[in-house]
Design a protein around this ligand. Structure first.
Ligand code: PEP
Ligand code: MG
Length: 616
């Protein structure tokens, strides 16, 4: 048999080798029956029992989460519960059973098709992706009706045999709730036909620390149950039917990866300083305030300290603050806006958890890939969500939303250092208007004698090309800048970051992107304005050296990525990097620039010994 490989979008950088557990969607093999009128009520009751069983399963999973900080999982479970109570799905299915006299499975799938058609007409990519939530929930109900006992029961026996190689789950799509089961059964990773870099499956894979390859069309049909697979998340590949020699090469690579990871643990307590003594600040991006505890703990847990006075120093190493708190996650998965008190409680949790380290709270970045249902009810769907009235534009149009949030952020600043970060700034007018509203919020708090830090720094996300090009016009109005490369790349290259069909064109090393980053860093350095980078590029060690060479000294990333980036920081000579990095920015051809960065990474700083290939 000849080896085959299929490409998709890799999540993480690990390599997993295991046997395929192929999960068939329950929708494929459905019983279709016509009912006699006397059978109808019993069939409706059977459907209702299955719905109740799934509700209980979801509740059980939520309880199983306990206090663990997998906040994304909790949010997805909540979302499934909302769908579960949607009359369009449940009540209409019952109506079909009654009116069309068909069995419950058939009625449910027909109703799913009707709902799916409505989803297909939605312009917004994020909302369109929610179709997958409905489909996954329908699969769960179907399995309950077929008595499959859920994924957990399915895995119970075979996956717990420690003498066997681990399983790799292969599915068309995986429901967030089932991801919990994956972890409980020690799966080595998973691969799915559907999904994009920002789909639920990818986000959850990151939060569970499992390698995955998503968006691999045709995978599910290609793989046989039990077949040995290699999941190469770093290169976004799923490989099968390997001969012994090829398989052992992958096993060597995997052993090497484990070794490298163990070595990384040794640098956890080191200060992130380049070889020539330049300090580089490594901060965490968090989506939910509860994650601050995790980011903080990651450092605290791993630092060995013998004397109590070493604790402060240990805290200052590793993750050195929160460079981005994506506050919009507080506004998602709900139909009302969070109150000032509710927001204060959340921000305060993050500030206290970071014990004196800075927490950068971004004001509401609604719209496009970040859906806030409470805002949508009163507005027509924009033709171009990414370019519409979103983020700071919306906050300026609806100042009460902004004022409520800013008051909560300011009140949290009474408990520890806080910065306010304004998203999607395209020019000075927005930041000037935002500052005026922040001043108004301060007066309101003073009138109520509520405490806050009046000198809280106010900064702008640099994620719109106009802001990066004309950064000089912004500098007088901001205390700091934060490069949001996820959107900067999207808007510069005209690539929808959520669309898997154009994902291959999403190029962080495009000369236009690199020059915008360089322009921002240079202008900020000249003006003495602190600047950090909080897009995904900050957490990818392939970009660490060039960014340091271009003058970046503050990185903010998912805290899981800090050690790998720190390894690069420790290994590089910042001054010696500056000139070659500048030379790279003069290259105009994307492929040439990409190759030059690969070289640059491979050979390290001038005078440094050669490094193994980085895989760029
Ligand atoms: C970015 O755009 O780079 C960023 C960090 O923000 P988000 O991914 O939340 O848009
Ligand atoms: Mg952004």
């Amino acid at each position: 048999m000849t080896a085959w490989s299929l490409s998709g979008i890799g999540v993480g950088d690990a390599l997993a080798i295991g046997r395929a557990w192929v999960l068939a969607p329950a929708r494929l093999d459905l019983p279709r029956r016509h009912l006699a009128p006397v059978q109808v009520e019993a069939e409706v009751a059977r459907f209702q029992t299955a719905v109740a069983q799934v509700e209980a399963e979801l509740e059980g999973l939520r309880q199983a989460l306990g206090d663990e900080p997998a906040a994304e999982l909790r949010a997805f479970l909540d979302l499934q519960s909302i769908v579960m109570h949607d009359p369009l799905l449940i009540d209409e299915t019952e109506l079909r059973i009654r009116q069309e006299l068909c069995n419950a499975e058939w009625a449910l799938v027909q109703q799913l098709e009707a709902v799916s058609l409505q989803f297909d007409e939605i312009e917004d990519a994020y909302l369109r992706e929610r179709k997958a939530d409905v489909q996954q929930l329908v699969d769960r109900i179907l399995k309950a009706m077929q008595g499959a006992g859920g994924l957990a029961a399915l895995f119970e026996q075979e996956t717990t045999d420690p003498s066997q190689p681990p399983w790799i789950l292969v599915a068309r799509d995986i429901a967030p709730a089932d991801m919990l089961v994956l972890r409980q059964h020690s799966f080595a990773g998973f691969a799915t036909d559907s999904g994009s870099a920002t789909s639920h499956t990818a986000i959850l894979a990151r939060s569970l620390g499992l390698p995955a390859v998503v968006g691999v069309p045709g995978l599910h049909d290609q793989v046989d149950q039990g077949a040995v697979l290699v999941l190469d998340a770093e290169n976004g590949m799923v490989v099968g039917a390997l001969d012994e020699t090829a398989l052992s090469r992958y096993q060597d690579r995997q052993t090497h990866q484990v070794f490298v990871r163990q070595q990384l643990e040794a640098i956890r307590h080191l200060e992130s300083t380049t070889r020539d003594g330049q300090r580089v600040l490594l901060m965490a991006n968090i989506d939910l305030p509860e994650d601050a505890a995790m980011a903080g703990q990651r450092v605290l847990l791993m630092a060995n300290i013998d004397l109590p006075e070493d604790a402060a120093m240990a805290l200052a190493r590793g993750c050195e603050g929160v460079g981005l708190l994506r506050s919009e996650f507080l506004f998602m998965n709900r139909t009302s806006m969070p109150s000032e008190e509710e927001q204060l409680a959340a921000y305060k949790t993050a500030v206290l958890a970071m014990s004196g380290r800075v927490v950068t709270i971004r004001t509401l970045d609604s719209g496009a890939d970040k859906d806030v249902p409470a805002l949508q009810a009163s507005r027509a769907r924009p033709a171009n969500p990414a370019l519409a009235l979103r983020a700071i534009r919306l906050c300026l149009a609806e100042p009460e939303i902004f004022l409520t949030q800013v008051r909560a952020i300011l009140r949290a600043s009474a408990f520890g250092p806080v910065k306010v970060l304004v998203p999607l700034v395209s020019g000075p007018a927005e930041i000037i208007a935002a500052r005026e509203l922040i001043a108004k919020a301060m007066s309101e708090l003073r009138a109520k004698e509520q405490s806050f830090d009046a000198r809280v720094p106010i900064g702008a996300m640099i994620e719109v090309p106009s802001a990066a090009i004309a950064i000089d016009g912004l500098l007088a109005h901001i205390d700091f800048a934060s490069l949001g490369t996820n959107d900067l790349i999207q808007y510069t290259l005209a690539i929808d970051r959520t669309d898997s069909e154009v994902a291959h064109l999403y190029d962080p090393l495009h000369p236009a992107v690199i020059r915008l980053i360089q322009n921002t860093l240079t202008a900020c350095r000249r003006a003495g304005t602190p600047v950090s980078l909080c897009g995904e590029m900050a957490g990818d060690p392939r970009f660490t050296r060039i960014l340091i060479g271009l003058g970046l000294r503050e990185f903010s990333m998912h805290s899981a990525e800090i050690l790998r980036v720190k390894q690069e920081v420790l290994d590089c000579d910042a001054q010696a990097m500056a000139r070659p990095a500048r030379r790279l920015t003069r290259l105009g051809d994307p492929a040439t620039l990409r190759a030059a960065v690969a070289q640059f990474n491979q050979h390290g700083s001038p005078g440094q010994t050669a490094r193994p290939p980085s895989g760029l």
